[in-house]
Design a protein around this ligand. Sequence first.
Ligand SMILES: Nc1nc2c(c(=O)[nH]1)N[C@H]1C(S)=C(S)[C@@H](COP(=O)(O)OP(=O)(O)OC[C@H]3O[C@@H](n4cnc5c(=O)[nH]c(N)nc54)[C@H](O)[C@@H]3O)O[C@H]1N2
Ligand SMILES: Nc1nc2c(c(=O)[nH]1)N[C@H]1C(S)=C(S)[C@@H](COP(=O)(O)OP(=O)(O)OC[C@H]3O[C@@H](n4cnc5c(=O)[nH]c(N)nc54)[C@H](O)[C@@H]3O)O[C@H]1N2
Ligand code: SF4
Ligand SMILES: [Mo]
Length: 744
Amino acid sequence: MPSMRGVFLPRMDGNYLEIVMPSTISRRDFLKVGGATVGAVLIGQFIPPQVAEAARVNGLLDATNSGYIPSMCEMCVWRCGLLAKVDGGRVVKLEGNPEHPHSNGKLCPRGQSGLMNTYDPDRVLTPLIRVGKRGEGLFRKAAWEEALDLVAQNMLDIQQKYGPEAMLFSTTHCLSQFQFENLLNAYGSPNYGTQRSLCFNAMIVANLVTYGMEEPARKYDDLKYIILTGRNLMEAISTSETSALSQAIDRGVKVVTLDPRFTKTAAKSSEWLAIRPGTDLAFHLALINVIISERLYSFRSVNNNTSGFDKLASAMPQYTPEWAAAITDIPADNIRRIAREFAHAAPYALAHNGWRTSNFVNSFQTERAIAILNALVGNWGVAMFPASGEESGVLGAPPQPAYPRVSAQRLDGVPWKYPFVPLKIGVFQEMREAVLSGTPYQAHGWFISRQNPAMSLPDRGRTLEAFGKMDFIATIDILMNDTAWFSDVVLPEASYLERYDPLNIVGSKAFIRQPVIEAQGEGKSSLWIYKELGTRLGLGDFFQYADEEDYLKQQLAPLGVSLDQVRQKGYVELPGEGPDFSEPAWNTPSSKIELFSTTLDQGGFAAVPQWEEPPAPPAGQFYLLTGKVAQSTQFGTQNNQLLHKYSDEPRLWMNVKTAQTLGLADYDLVEVASSAGSIHIKLEATQAIRPDCVYLTPGYGHLSKGLTTAYGIGASDSDLHVTYTDPISGGQALSQTFVTVKKI
Ligand SMILES: Nc1nc2c(c(=O)[nH]1)N[C@H]1C(S)=C(S)[C@@H](COP(=O)(O)OP(=O)(O)OC[C@H]3O[C@@H](n4cnc5c(=O)[nH]c(N)nc54)[C@H](O)[C@@H]3O)O[C@H]1N2
Ligand SMILES: Nc1nc2c(c(=O)[nH]1)N[C@H]1C(S)=C(S)[C@@H](COP(=O)(O)OP(=O)(O)OC[C@H]3O[C@@H](n4cnc5c(=O)[nH]c(N)nc54)[C@H](O)[C@@H]3O)O[C@H]1N2
Ligand code: SF4
Ligand SMILES: [Mo]
């Protein structure tokens, strides 16, 4: 990059990189879930000796260090089990672990490309300290001692000058999250930002008030009927659930998909309903109307499992299919037929609660309606089950003192403005807004790990403005992500193939992530980084583990299993019976599934779902939709050279007829503008989207020039997204931004 004089772009010397990519392999083969061999990627420093020894004992590795080592994928938050295939001590391929319930022997295309996460030539391999202006990209290499001292000194200064609440902490779901939270709680800040309000707050909070649990587990084995409300399982992949849906489709299950776009899931469905964005609530209210008025619900389930049926029933008569048809653009006959088919298929029927459900300010009530629909048809124990808790008391933990009492209010309004949002989940976009407004007080520092708020929060301009208000920003990442680019210190984590993390409980087993190669450069695990930082902050008592292996040993202590045994096998069976499916315990005030929510009633919110008209685009504007694609994860994998090779430059989808009306053609360069900002992008005229919507693949338009593969490609929808928060769940309404499109 000759134009970037003095910019430090961390690069590996390429010593270990040799990609053998057969030219005959097609994109189609490559993207097959768990199918094709990507071509051998021959790389790898040597396997850490203890890990190799454990694998040899179990017969996983032979004397020449060839064979398989079990660990876990981190290319997305689903965390499939993997088997790293090693040849002569080097990793050559990643495969799915048949013993892990999230992978069942398969990895998705991103998981298979995980080697390039480790061998990305842009990896940050030493701590970096900013030397130029923020956002200029000028950094110098630093030793860990210096970088950690600097982070700790700034955190102590902020604590002393403004109180610990002036320091923000934010991270996205990861295996070391407990220790991240440990650091923030020990330091004494209430201000915690997670990705969740940008993702699934509507669903989680609705399930909490209805079922008393965050998300029930689902089973596809016996299903006959599935309604997917904006759940794009064929592209927004969770390997095991995506496979389960594929198999159910092979068996002949009926799938009805509601999505304003013709997604790959819509293509595999029996029926695609191109619903008007933001009106899924009306559709589900009408299903409930038909099921109640035609007495198609399960009397047994309603009597035994639910409370508030009469109050629900008396509120539903107005929501007829004819009423909903005018709102949703789905004909009344179809709605009535789907309600009947769904109820007749019950209990082998599932209304899927979705994942990224924060689309509109009414998404919370949509999720309530979906939860109620399932309860009415009585699919509990057939399609839905109690989730097996991640936080189980069966594992040990290092001892630690009590946390200091925190008296400061949280900046994000939890719980004083958002009483139903769990503290661990929060309302991230509102935390940023409070940084900008300086109320109830001004934040001064931000500690970020495994997260890229510069891309993931709506209205990127405002996020950069919030960075500008900070005295100090530190980021832990494996790459120079866009947030790191604006940070004062960047701390390099060892990649997921190079480190240990705390054990991860899935079902009745606790799985291990272990290094399958030695860490390159100076990369360190989060466990190590938090302990070192904690010690420098005078919080050493909260981090009573000598190193990562000691941490794992303390976790395993109550189980009487050695770390070597877990290293060999990849997991340890946990004691206990597992969840009891027959007698679910509804953790709600009535100990039942609450059709009428007493919690919402007491909070002054609609206690049975009622129609809330969401905003709609004025004439000449379009709904801006976002949504995942199979070959990338969020904002972090566009630099992966294996995945990037198979991605087309994203264009703005617009319906062909709309494009014609506006005088636009395929590949025209257009300006897309919202009240938050504008971008330039090429057009993709397609029939696969409603005429009143446009769609852009997220994850492009990076700001960091340290991402040399991804930089300069496409544009970011985060430049356009307007910040709107659902008043109940705190979810960011990601489909509620309206844009104009014109030719440049
Ligand atoms: N390949 C891949 N897989 C992933 C991820 C990834 O980044 N890449 N990320 C993981 C994560 S964190 C998540 S949260 C999940 C997300 O999983 P999903 O929620 O299934 O995926 P999304 O693509 O975010 O959104 C789904 C669809 O919602 C549609 N939509 C938008 N507004 C509306 C509306 O008002 N009504 C209806 N009915 N539909 C609407 C969009 O067109 C989009 O197709 O995927 C997970 N899996
Ligand atoms: N426009 C738009 N905005 C969205 C969405 C959308 O579809 N469109 N989706 C929303 C959803 S569903 C979600 S979940 C959020 C996600 O929002 P974020 O969590 O902010 O986004 P990610 O890209 O997942 O950020 C992960 C970061 O972790 C880094 N990383 C990867 N592996 C490691 C590792 O081993 N260690 C460390 N320390 N770092 C690592 C990556 O380089 C990346 O920078 O975004 C939300 N925002
Ligand atoms: S779904 Fe794909 S990327 Fe996510 S953990 Fe599984 S294999 Fe890895
Ligand atoms: Mo998400």
